[in-house]
Design a protein around this ligand. Structure first.
Ligand SMILES: Cc1ncc(COP(=O)(O)O)c(C=O)c1O
Length: 394
């Protein structure tokens, strides 16, 4: 393969880190080609295909020749449908012109960072957290200022963190509820006090609500918009709606930001995929929601059986995962000289037990070598089988 000279690549691009789990994935693929059975618990997407009504709406859009650009901010009827979703699901009024349809939550994160993070300024975020955030910040010549979080704050940023870590270069705080990798959720009081703390600093609050819809124990995560209409909200059709491959998400902005987002969207990606936008119109139909809520129940059932099984093999989970499809477990008790950290342990499990998981260092630095993320994106029987296999080798 042609070896690229790093001097010909920008520092910006060199600074973007790959996912460590890619090594695990590549090794998993190699083992699979050798005929080994691998149980995948490293994958951060639902194992279900998109619901049939969405697929049919996509096919119908193609047949009708919906193959041209939409307006940069999205199809007006989809923006209306998303506004309607806030009304029915959360009883929150958001006008459709504040909703911007993007290529995934990833597109929304790019818009937000591009519009709010000045060169050299920083964004406060939690460690552990979603790995791409710091790379987005770097890409727009800003910085991520990571704040170590643990079970004492449910692995979330709090108003106190904002007070302690905000400096003269901080422009914004970014939180995710439910969080990746911990699945922990912010309740409405916590969202309110975070909002107040950020407002006091004259900064922006961005809340990534991509795992909304996937919360358990009868609890629905509140949207920050219920307590603060000036917050920026990231969301997506990827997770609850099961549409990762369609590349479709959205951003809610406060009044006044529509024009700048329009300019950024026009220039950065022109518009989100048209066929996906038409397909997503079916995402809010009651028959689709019934399918999605059924799947949510399945995820909950998986969490309920995986969590105690992990604890039984010596892993510790010190904050109950309330949503998403992840469990972030402390593996300190089962480390040995043979596998002294979570990366080595993940490789050992993959090679010896055929179980693929994500080591903590994909989510930051803080105690990362002692943590592993399990994604319950495989069926329950496979999850149980994975634990059985692990039990035999530790
Ligand atoms: C917290 C979080 N935000 C954003 C994304 C990006 O998702 P997408 O671009 O598929 O909508 C992910 C994907 O895993 C995520 O976990």
């Amino acid at each position: 393969m042609h070896k690229l000279d790093n001097r010909r690549i920008t520092e910006r691009a060199q600074a973007i880190s790959p996912f460590h789990v890619m090594d695990i994935l590549a090794q998993a693929k190699r083992l699979e080609t050798q005929g080994k059975d691998i149980i995948h618990m490293e994958v951060g997407e639902p194992d279900f295909d998109s619901p049939q009504p969405i697929i049919e709406a996509g096919i119908a859009a193609l047949k009708l020749g919906r193959t041209h650009y939409t307006p940069p901010l999205g199809l007006p009827e989809l923006r209306e449908a998303i506004a309607g979703w806030y009304e029915t699901r959360y009883q929150v009024k958001v006008s459709a012109n504040r909703i911007i349809v993007t290529p995934g939550a990833s597109g929304a994160l790019l818009l937000v960072m591009g519009a709010l993070l000045e060169q050299g300024k920083n964004v406060l975020l939690a460690d552990p957290g979603y790995p791409c955030n710091r790379n987005f910040a770097r890409f727009v010549e800003g910085k991520a200022k990571a704040v170590n979080v643990d079970a004492s704050t449910n692995y979330q940023l709090t108003a106190r963190h904002i007070e302690q870590h905000w400096d003269e270069n901080t422009a914004m705080a970014l939180v995710a509820s439910p969080s990746n990798p911990t699945g922990t959720v912010l309740n409405d009081q916590q969202l309110k006090s975070l909002s107040d703390a950020v407002t006091l600093k004259n900064g922006h609050l961005v809340v990534d609500e991509i795992y909304h819809g996937l919360t358990y124990d009868g609890y629905d995560a509140p949207t920050v918009l219920a307590v603060n209409q000036d917050a920026f909200v990231i969301n997506s059709f990827s997770k609850y709606f099961g549409m990762t491959g369609w590349r479709l998400g959205w951003l809610v902005v406060p009044d006044g930001y529509e024009e700048v987002m329009d300019r950024l969207a026009q220039n950065l990606f022109l518009a989100a995929p048209t066929i996906s936008q038409y397909a997503a119109l079916a995402a809010f139909h009651s028959e689709t929601i019934a399918i999605l809520d059924q799947r949510r129940n399945t995820f909950e059932q998986r969490r309920n059986s995986l969590l105690p099984a992990l604890q039984l093999i010596g892993l510790k989970v010190d904050a109950p995962p309330q949503g998403a499809f992840y469990i972030y477990a402390d593996c300190r008790q089962i480390l040995t000289d043979k596998y002294p950290d979570s990366m080595a342990l993940s490789k050992y499990w993959l090679e010896q037990a055929g179980v693929a998981v994500t080591p903590g260092n994909d989510f930051g630095h803080y105690l990362a070598e002692y943590h592993i993320r399990f994604a319950y994106t495989a069926n329950e029987q496979r999850l149980i089988q994975a634990i059985e296999r692990i039990k035999q080798i530790i």
